[in-house]
Design a protein around this ligand. Structure first.
Ligand code: NAD
Length: 379
């Protein structure tokens, strides 16, 4: 059984799927590991470190693709790479099956077995494989650091002989994994924090971090969906929140938005008028940019200055912290591989709800009903 580690080819991707320290348990099971040269370079994992861990390092990417039965990746490789993967080989990573299923058709047709880390069910047993949460934690932290860096003000309350500096006011929208980490990071830097989420359950978590929770009357509509996620709100319910959100934006020096609904476009929560109402010099970081953004003016991947307000719309913040992002991701992937690899042999048990829930396609057929529906609709 050969496992191949590839150098990520997407623009700006700095992470790697497995680190040298991830290899021990795999090699102990008799798995052979082949690494494309330079795979871990941007995550401080040298080719020498992979070799010392027992892997073979090669510059021959095509060989890694064609001879490996297991290919852990961060992002899905392009179609020309997918065409080289063996039938029956396992490809596991952030494959974006709900946002861009068409980018997987070559691997599906080639009968690869695809597992999407985004689809790991959010059940207690799967927590150690929850790569979405790991990356959201990194993104939430980094969003605050980016905002602090762009803000022409300080974060903490300072009482000096030259006068008192008031603490920065931070408003966080969406108090899920990324939002809660953003709140905690902003609080550690000394900011005064307000937060809003459509799930009432988030209120207690927000308050426990020392932030104020903004209560929005949704007119009796519940914001709770399945599996701990939010549900997609009607336009009427969204509109109820927007005026309060605009007022909180006007008070804030920094706004960080993280509101998302899995597999759907991000809810539009900040209209043009709310941005126009923000203070000159304030910073808005739209972490929902990869799903279109929470702000009407967001241009995914582009930083704009609009009437003195800086609007950041980063697409891949975890890639800006590659060492720790790779460390967490590698651990999640390794834990998932532990489910499908038994004594060095691939034995995915489709009776296991984590394995079945994460599987997108196998043997040339799409096994995930949502993905199958999306691909049919696009055909
Ligand atoms: P996410 O990235 O899908 O969404 C981020 C946040 O946006 C969520 O808190 C959501 O409620 C909020 N949101 C969505 N629509 C909104 C709107 N219109 N207005 C305001 N806020 C809106 O979610 P996530 O952070 O990945 O996870 C959400 C929750 O799931 C977590 O807080 C946690 O309770 C739960 N969770 C459970 C597990 C587990 O059990 N293993 C793992 C991870 C997360």
């Amino acid at each position: 059984m050969q496992l191949g580690i590839l150098k990520e080819s997407q623009l700006g991707e700095t992470r790697v799927a497995l680190l040298p320290e991830s290899l021990k348990t795999l090699i102990a099971q008799g798995v052979t590991v082949v690494v494309e040269a330079g795979s871990g370079a941007l995550s401080s994992a040298s080719d020498e470190a992979y070799m010392q861990a027992g892997a073979t390092v090669t510059a021959d990417r095509a060989m890694v693709l064609a001879t490996s039965q297991i290919l852990p990746v961060v992002q899905a490789p392009p179609a020309e790479d997918q065409a080289q993967i063996q039938a029956g080989a396992v490809l596991v990573g952030f494959l974006r099956p709900l946002e861009a299923p068409q980018l997987l058709v070559t691997a599906i047709a080639g009968k690869a077995m695809l597992f999407a880390m985004e689809l790991v069910p959010r059940i207690t047993r799967a927590q150690a494989m929850d790569a979405l949460s790991s990356m959201a934690t990194v993104a939430g932290y980094k969003a605050v650091i980016e905002a602090a860096n762009q803000l022409p003000r300080l974060f903490p309350l300072l009482m000096t002989a030259a006068g008192t500096i008031a603490p920065a006011k931070v408003f966080v929208i969406g108090a899920g994994v990324a939002g809660l980490q953003a709140i905690a990071t902003a609080r550690r830097l000394g900011a005064v924090v307000e937060a809003y989420d459509v799930r009432a359950a988030a209120g207690e978590q927000v308050r426990s971090l020392g932030a104020k929770f903004l209560d929005v009357d949704l007119g009796g509509i519940s914001g709770e969906g399945e599996g701990g996620y939010a549900r997609e709100l009607s336009e009427e319910a969204l509109e109820r929140g927007r005026a309060l959100i605009a007022q909180a934006c006007a008070r804030a020096d920094v706004v960080i938005t993280t509101a998302q609904v899995p597999g759907r476009p991000a809810p539009l929560l900040i209209r043009r008028g709310a941005v126009e109402g923000m203070k000159v010099g304030s910073v808005l970081v739209d972490l929902a940019a990869p799903a279109g953004g929470n702000c009407e003016l967001t241009k995914p991947g582009v930083t704009q200055v609009l009437g003195g307000v800086k609007l950041l719309a980063p697409l891949n913040l975890p890639a800006e912290v590659p060492v720790h992002a790779s460390q967490l991701y590698a651990k999640n992937v390794l834990n998932f591989l532990g489910l499908i690899l038994k004594k060095g042999e691939l034995k995915p048990d489709m009776g296991d709800e984590i394995v079945a829930g994460t599987c997108v396609a196998a043997g040339g057929a799409v096994v995930n009903a949502r993905v199958a529906g999306l691909l049919q609709a696009r055909a």
